[in-house]
Design a binder for this molecule. Structure first.
Ligand code: FES
Ligand code: MG
Length: 573
């Protein structure tokens, strides 16, 4: 088919009176569209990341029908297309390794296709930021519907099993407390339907961010994956996708420093995932702005931690959903928000929150009696992390360890960790600080969620359940612990972590936001640094190694950030 005369990629190509219009309409009709269908406007693409290889997102395959119905009822033409889908548990070496690739897929499909706007359908951790990053870069009006959390389940007398119950189960199995029969039973009981992790982990956190940034409908983050409410949200998102195109709302109207601040304050009030810091910075960079560690720290310090939801609390997502979800949390802190920021309805957050009266709920603390006076994400900096690090205080086992000085036990990558962590002769005690390095954006590659170093078996048997841990890796949003993560620069690019040795003294001071070592600077610099294996020389892996930025730039590729954002690749002519 000739591309002659094509000057744009919007849905107007379908109404072109000449050859291009004819061929566009004819090809769609060959796919089953009617003569009336191919003349509908606007044309709404639906970027669907449903996949058998991603059970968290698999439910989107059915939910998309509701989105299409909504688009049609609003007068538009829905055209679904597949994209890469990244599964948190299934993707090796890590899911973050593919986030930027998915963002390229999403951006290019939106850009090159004859569509006026797009509905993003994601869910599992990295799929939501990848879609938002791609949509911001593409620039066409975008709305989002997330997969929603899978149901809470039951196991042997526990009637509120959530995904984070897997971690203590695995710890107990490691020390011989779980027999084969229970191990098998738990496998069938943990996840009883499609949907994303049913706690305030990364997927739920990103769903809340999608709401705050104005892509997903207000109050839509936590509705269960397979429910009438989720189907209604999908339908209404289809309707709103058409409205967003008619309003001409671009993603850059939505992603501003004001909405980014709202989003991060919501994350800290919710006690959300540490991964939010990376993804928010990456999304910001696509819009040409940078949040920066000082803003993250200031916003977190001045936002109360309000929710009592797993993994940081005792309640489950259905409880906070029943209490109104994200808007009910925001309604407690309107004075901390930019109320003129836009919602996915085209309204302001001020208008939305004016209509919210949060019911009393065990899942949401009152502003007057917060679970903590400041947000649950603490930013750290110091001579061990000049570019920053992050610590989630929500749910951490022993707050006394938030300020702790101890001697480090250093592990070089996962093989070394796995080989030695349970060695009875490991020179470690409960006051030690465990360090895992070589697993940053370049090192792993892609920062696997392994920073939550297991407690050495010999200490676990003695009842030790919490220790200070430090890593250039990430941690699952479903995990908790006194773990300083995302240490930047990472060891693989010669960050200070590469120079640490067993026995060095290190201080974690969450109150002061410090992460320091006390080795003489000259001696430290004279050491031979740890070096992981050299990066691959072909394929996506080589592209990743050459262009991935450190955590403080959101681990985006330098050439994908907007040229106005710090860290963007210099423009070459
Ligand atoms: Fe997909 Fe948690 S593993 S959302
Ligand atoms: Mg995760």
């Amino acid at each position: 088919m000739s591309q002659r005369g094509i000057t744009g990629t919007g849905g107007a190509l379908f109404s072109d009176p000449g050859q291009d219009g004819l061929m566009h309409r004819a090809f769609l009709r060959g796919g089953g569209a009617s003569a009336e269908d191919v003349r509908r406007t606007p044309v709404i693409g639906i970027a669907n990341s449903a996949s058998d290889l991603n059970p968290c997102n698999k439910g989107l395959a059915l939910l998309v029908r509701e989105v299409k119905r909504g688009v049609r009822d609003a007068g538009g033409l829905p055209l679904e297309f597949p994209t890469i889908s990244i599964s948190e548990p299934f993707t090796r070496p890590t899911s973050l390794y593919l986030r930027n690739l998915m963002s390229i897929d999403v951006e290019e499909m939106i850009t090159v296709s004859p569509i006026d706007g797009v509905v993003l359908m994601g869910g599992c951790d990295k799929t939501v930021p990848a879609q938002l990053m791609g949509a911001v870069s593409a620039g066409k009006p975008a709305t989002m519907v997330v997969a929603g959390p899978r149901p809470v389940s039951c196991h042997r007398g526990n009637s509120s099993v959530t995904v984070d119950d897997a971690w203590p189960m695995c710890d107990r199995r490691r020390v011989g407390e779980v027999d084969d029969a229970e191990w098998l039973e738990f496998e069938g009981n943990l996840n009883t339907d499609v949907g994303t992790c049913n706690v305030l982990g990364t997927a739920s956190t990103m769903a809340a961010i999608a709401e705050l940034l104005g892509f997903a409908l207000p109050g839509s983050a936590f509705a269960e994956s397979v429910s009438a409410r989720r189907r209604e949200i999908a339908y209404r998102t289809g309707v709103e996708a058409v409205a967003a195109v008619r309003r001409g709302t671009s993603p850059r109207d939505l992603v501003t420093m004001a909405s980014l601040e709202n989003a991060f304050r919501a994350v800290t009030a919710l006690g959300g995932s540490t991964n939010a810091v990376i993804h928010l910075e990456a999304i910001a960079g696509r819009a040409g702005v940078m949040i920066g560690i000082d803003n993250f720290a200031a916003w977190s310090q001045s936002t109360p931690y309000l929710t009592n939801v797993r993994p940081g609390g005792s309640e489950t997502l259905p409880e906070i959903e029943a209490a109104g979800g994200v808007p009910s949390v925001l309604a407690q802190i309107p004075d901390l928000l930019h109320l003129d920021a836009l919602t996915a309805l085209g309204t302001s957050w001020g208008d939305e929150l004016a209509a919210v009266t949060p019911p009393a709920s065990p899942a949401i603390a009152d502003r007057a009696a917060p679970r903590a006076p400041r947000g649950a994400l603490v930013m750290l900096r110091g001579n061990l992390a000049p570019g920053g690090a992050v610590l989630k205080t929500a749910g951490a086992g022993d707050p006394a360890l938030f300020t702790h000085r101890g001697r480090v036990v250093v592990f070089d990558g996962l093989d070394d960790l796995n080989a030695r962590i349970d060695d009875p002769d490991l020179d470690v005690d409960a006051q030690s600080i465990l360090v895992l390095r070589g697993l940053g954006p370049v090192g792993a590659p892609g920062m696997p969620e392994v920073g939550h170093i297991p407690i050495p078996a010999k200490l676990h048997r003695r009842g030790v359940t919490e220790m200070v841990r430090i890593s250039d890796a990430r941690m699952s949003g479903t995990s908790t612990g006194v773990v300083a993560l995302h240490v930047s620069p990472e060891a693989a690019v010669g960050g200070p972590l590469a120079y640490l040795r067993d026995g060095d003294e290190v201080l974690l001071d969450a109150e002061a936001g410090r992460l320091e070592h006390f080795v003489d600077p000259a001696e430290f610099a004279a050491r031979t640094p740890y070096r992981p294996a050299p990066p691959p020389t072909r394929g996506f892996a080589s592209l990743h190694a050459a262009h991935v930025l450190q955590a403080e730039f959101g681990c985006d590729f330098d050439f994908l950030r907007d040229p106005a954002a710090p860290g963007a690749a210099p423009i070459r002519h």
